[in-house]
Write a protein that binds this ligand. Structure first.
Ligand code: HEM
Ligand SMILES: C[C@H]1O[C@@H](n2cnc3c(N)ncnc32)[C@H](O)[C@@H]1O
Ligand code: SF4
Length: 348
């Protein structure tokens, strides 16, 4: 029997006040038909709670454009779920920050796709988006809410990542979670902005070094090969990987899509992650538990022996496993080898 999910990202709405260049959801001001109603949303929370006690990320689109977002969040925290919110920050006024606090949301992520207004505003297609995000952060701080910074790594932003880390530290963020661009949704049009595989290797090695001295929590999302690099580096350094030396990263693995994580769209479609359009089911038609336990796609992803190409024979496949969304984007098959990894497995 599959273990229950540890983390669920829910696109509470596909509507958004921005329309960023890379957006996996192609979000705009216009919401698509069929968004879960308040009743359906609360029922979904009941279903999650019956299965276990995961972290629930209220994402979007922009969650703050959903009218009943605080009712939903309050319902979830009162049921005992740990609730986080992912926002672009521009709508986080003092009043919003107070509401976020009062419904018991524990942490908020703010996206910063540049250390300067020029880069961020260009990426997010809105002049003032950078200032808006910073002002959102100040308001969260005043309300005493923990926050993390999420930058997306592309050719446009890679040069500013060290400066974004410094900013995150200076602002008092709890964490920096880097996101590596996945060419899906509007992100498909940014295909040429994806950093090449050797650059991935370089930035993830830099990230490994910063884990030691950053002083804030760092996590590489959608970069499963980080978990290979971490092991290769630790071996070279003669360090045994343990919770003591590598914290939370020692206990987890590259991609949790389908094993510990899933993404639920604004209309109730369930996917392994927000970047992999392989449908597992819809919560309006089937119970969430049934989808999680029995769908073909989730069961495929739980079986490492199904991986193909070099991921199939790689000695790191239980800790990395490749990005299934990139494999799907490149080949149409989510079990194919990860196209952005330069490692040559030892077993040939
Ligand atoms: C410590 C436990 C956490 C773990 C294990 C974790 C892990 C993950 C994983 C696996 C993803 C998958 C991305 C994908 O495949 O779509 C993800 C996405 C994400 N995480 Fe975390 N995360 C944690 C905590 C948090 C917290 C506290 C926040 C705060 C807001 C956060 C914010 C996000 C966001 C915004 C996404 C992207 C969701 C989306 O697609 O909209 N995470 N995380
Ligand atoms: C929730 C987080 O997901 C990021 N995000 C949105 N679209 C993409 C994509 N195509 N690839 C990677 N990250 C993305 C946002 O910038 C935000 O930080
Ligand atoms: S990335 Fe976030 S802020 Fe930007 S358009 Fe998509 S949902 Fe909106």
């Amino acid at each position: 029997m599959a273990k229950p999910p540890r983390l669920i990202a829910w696109e509470t709405t596909a509507g958004c006040n921005l329309s960023c260049k890379h957006c996996r959801g192609s979000s705009t001001e216009k919401k698509p038909e069929g968004e879960l109603t308040t009743r359906e949303a609360l029922h979904f929370i009941d279903e999650i709670k019956e299965m276990g006690n995961p972290i629930l990320i209220l994402s979007g689109g922009e969650p703050l454009v959903r009218d009943d977002i605080f009712e939903i969040a309050k319902y979830a925290t009162e049921k005992g779920l740990r609730v986080a919110m992912a926002t672009n920050g521009t709508l986080v006024t003092d009043e919003m920050a107070e509401k976020i606090k009062s419904v018991g949301i524990q942490r908020v992520s703010i996206s910063l796709d540049g250390s300067s207004p020029e880069t961020h505003d260009d990426f997010r297609c809105m002049p003032g988006a950078f200032e808006g995000a910073l002002s959102g952060i100040e308001n969260l701080k005043k309300a005493g809410i923990g926050f993390q910074i999420n930058p997306t790594i592309t050719k446009r932003t890679i040069g500013e990542i060290p400066a974004i880390l410094d900013m995150a530290k200076g602002l008092g963020a709890d964490a920096l979670h880097i996101f590596l661009l996945v060419p899906t949704g509007r992100g498909k049009e940014l295909e040429n902005d994806e950093i090449p595989p050797v650059e991935y290797e370089r930035i993830l090695n830099w990230f490994y070094d910063r884990q030691k001295d950053a002083g804030i929590q760092l996590k590489a999302t959608c970069a499963p090969h980080y978990f290979r690099i971490m092991r290769q580096r630790a071996e070279k350094e003669g360090i045994e990987i343990s919770v003591k030396t590598h914290g939370y990263e020692a206990m987890t693995k590259g991609c949790l899509g389908g094993t510990g994580f899933c993404f639920v769209s604004s209309t109730g479609d369930v996917f392994p992650c927000g970047y992999l359009p392989a449908l597992a089911g819809n919560i309006k038609e089937q119970s969430f538990k049934d989808i999680w336990e029995n769908s073909k796609v989730f069961n495929d992803l739980r079986d490492v022996s199904k991986l193909k190409g070099k991921c199939g024979i790689c000695e790191y496949n239980t800790v990395c496993g490749g990005c299934r969304a990139r494999a799907y984007a490149a080949t149409g098959d989510y079990l194919e080898e990860e196209p952005y990894c330069i490692y040559v497995p030892k077993k040939q």
